[in-house]
Design a protein. Structure first.
Length: 268
């Protein structure tokens, strides 16, 4: 096989082994470990000879995924989060489709197992994608993910740029099962706060990048108003209040053109 699987991990120890074992031992896997877990790197590289783990400062999914693409030396890349379990022989099937297409595509997007996709379908509109396959050289020429995104909308942005470059994107009948969350469950709340901050920041940044500041402001301002109202009425529910404070703060920082600086506050 001529594919490297790229996984970005953050507090994902509960799922990462299961995902590695989901692939053939002949499949090259690169894990960019964003939580600095050296013992995890040691254990994985000792037990799985097809897998390399690189410890990385957490600067977001896009930066880590780009780093994985840089370290890979195969013709193809498959981006797959620890909580996405690709069907048996998925890599081989993707390589076969790319061969049939003579590598004339931008992205091959895998299908959620619940979608019951049976045919290859061209994607013509911007959408989010969780698990996808691409030619490494094309990904590198496109400069990969926009690293200004820390979390959310980096995939929508990639799809938009691929389409803008007149490259075809296909959703293919190769399935993955999403286990809904790649981090250890003990970190649920701080990661939920982090998710909400970046969801709002990234929503504004994506709209500003592609449609201008005024459109981005007008289309996201209702989210700010809703968050402020929720903060007032949820004063007796501190966790929900903190989530909506994160939403409001993420939007405020985006409006002020500040970087996506927020990071999850975890007890190590």
């Amino acid at each position: 096989m001529n594919t490297t699987v790229i996984m970005v991990a953050f507090k994902s120890e509960s799922l990462i082994y299961k995902n590695i074992e989901n692939f053939s031992k002949n499949t090259k896997i690169i894990i960019i470990e964003n939580s600095g877990n050296y013992s995890l790197k040691e254990r994985i590289e000792t037990n799985y000879k097809n897998t390399k783990v690189f410890l990385n400062e957490n600067r977001g999914f896009g930066q880590a995924a780009n780093l994985g693409a840089k370290y890979a030396n195969t013709k193809y890349l498959l981006f797959c989060s620890p909580d996405n379990m690709v069907e048996d022989n998925g890599v081989e099937k993707l390589e076969q489709i790319s061969k049939e297409l003579k590598d004339d595509f931008g992205l091959l997007v895998l299908s959620d197992i619940n979608e019951q996709q049976s045919l290859k379908v061209k994607i013509t509109k911007v959408t989010g994608i969780l698990c996808f396959f691409t030619v490494r050289d094309n990904f590198i020429k496109l400069e990969g993910f926009d690293e200004n995104f820390f979390l959310y909308y980096e995939d929508n942005d990639l799809v938009k740029r691929v389409l803008k470059n007149k490259k075809n994107i296909y959703k293919v009948p190769i399935n993955y099962k999403n286990l809904l969350g790649s981090h250890n469950k003990e970190f649920n709340f701080p990661i939920e706060v982090n998710r909400n901050w970046h969801l709002m920041w990234s929503k504004f940044y994506f709209k500003k990048k592609h449609f201008g500041y005024i459109y981005a402001f007008l289309s996201t301002f209702p989210y700010l108003i809703r968050a402020l109202i929720k903060i007032l009425i949820l004063s007796k529910n501190p966790q929900q209040k903190e989530i909506y404070c994160a939403r409001a703060n993420g939007l405020y920082n985006a409006y002020m053109s500040k970087n996506s600086w927020y990071r999850p506050k975890l007890n190590q």
